[in-house]
Design a protein around this ligand. Structure first.
Ligand code: ATP
Length: 355
């Protein structure tokens, strides 16, 4: 027996994913007249991950998603799904993606089963395969008990599940979901979150926009923040919170006996503190330094100045705080916005935009 054969086998190096990213956007612009809805954004989303897309109203989320779904043309720049250019090969891209728009039409007098069957035909399925796809999707989205209900008579949560079912019929690799949780009650949101995590565990890539940041934080591997058509942060929820903590100090819930307004009045004339929001018996404040000595000093000054403090409690920063914080720092010019990169030469001329 040779010496080599007695050695333990070398551990195999983890296989590197050589595929192009599930989503790649590079230097993407979309102008509506003079309005720069998307203003030179670049990002990549790896396969099998869930990426949350966050931004204020009008920040450019839907426009970006519609371009990726091949429903709109960029003014300039590159958008690819699994390495396929969405402008040059929209049919190929549509086979790879499931698209859940924020609003979608329903057909009157069509049951849930008929609706899904109709779309399964449109995706080119026939015979047993079509019936199996529809059944599989109805089971996944828990629509079996609703098979005979008219699709335009469903609740918001059921409608969203139907829309998700429709988007999943052709078993897409990438799901693009625009505000899927909007208007859902807490139970329906939990169900939707669960379905999204199951899909991610199956290896699908999910790009999802939402205003409910706490939920995105729980469900997403990364968060992409957009502001005025530009990316201002791309990272996981923890890095976002950590990134703003250093600059943002510490948050405290303060409760008083007496007039809760006295807290905001006190903050207005004292250094190192900022009043953030009113609460029933006081409010939420930010102390601009993290160290306990500064917090103790603030509390001591409050008491010295006659505020009857009954609770002074440090709070964890949540994603909403981090997001608002970041927007505030951008407005105050404390965060350098990446300068728009020089627009690349247009790779094509969208219909109606040529000379
Ligand atoms: P919301 O969270 O409110 O859905 P959003 O981040 O999805 O906002 P978009 O819908 O992408 O924002 O819109 C970005 C900007 O582009 C907005 O100022 C919007 O009014 C404008 N816009 C979007 N579509 C068009 C269009 N077809 N024509 C003109 N302006 C448009």
């Amino acid at each position: 027996m040779s010496v080599d054969s007695q050695l333990p086998p070398e551990p195999e190096a983890p296989a590197t994913d050589t595929r192009p990213p599930a989503i790649r956007v590079h230097n993407l612009y979309r102008y509506f007249g003079r309005l720069k809805a998307v203003n030179g954004i670049s990002f990549e989303i790896p396969h099998g991950s869930v990426c949350g897309f966050v931004g204020a109203n009008g920040a450019g989320k839907t426009t970006t998603m519609r371009i990726l779904a091949s429903l709109d043309y960029p003014t300039m720049g590159l958008a690819e799904v699994c390495g396929i250019n969405v402008v040059h090969h929209p049919e190929q891209v549509r086979r790879l993606i499931g698209w859940m728009p924020d609003h979608f039409g329903n057909y009157e007098h069509m049951t849930v089963l008929e609706y899904l069957d109709f779309y399964a035909r449109a995706f080119g399925y026939s015979g047993d395969e079509r019936r199996e796809r529809v059944q599989e999707v109805m089971e996944f989205t828990d629509l079996v008990p609703l098979a005979d209900r008219f699709s335009n008579k469903l609740s918001k949560g059921m409608t969203q599940r139907l829309c998700l079912g429709r988007a999943l019929l052709h078993d897409p690799q990438v799901l693009i979901m625009d505000e899927p949780a909007a208007g859902l009650d807490p139970k329906a949101r939990v169900e939707l979150k669960h379905l999204i995590r199951v899909l991610a565990e199956e290896g699908k890539t999910i790009f999802i926009s939402s205003h409910i940041l706490s939920e995105l934080g729980e469900m997403c591997d990364s968060l992409l923040f957009v502001n005025n058509g530009q990316i201002v942060h791309h990272g996981d929820a923890e890095s976002l919170k950590a990134g703003t903590d250093g600059a943002g100090g510490a948050l405290f819930d303060v409760q008083l006996v007496g007039d809760p307004q006295s807290l905001s009045d006190w903050c207005a004339v004292n250094p190192h503190v900022e009043f953030l929001e009113s609460r029933k018996f006081g409010g939420r404040i930010r102390v601009d330094r993290e160290d306990p000595e500064t917090a103790a000093g603030v509390l001591a000054r409050m008491v010295r100045d006659g505020l009857q403090v009954v609770e002074f409690h440090k709070e964890q920063r949540n994603l909403e705080d981090a997001f608002i914080d970041m927007l505030g720092r951008i407005d105050r010019g404390e965060v350098a916005q990446p300068p728009p990169q020089p627009p690349p030469a247009p790779s094509f001329t969208p219909p109606g935009q040529g000379s």
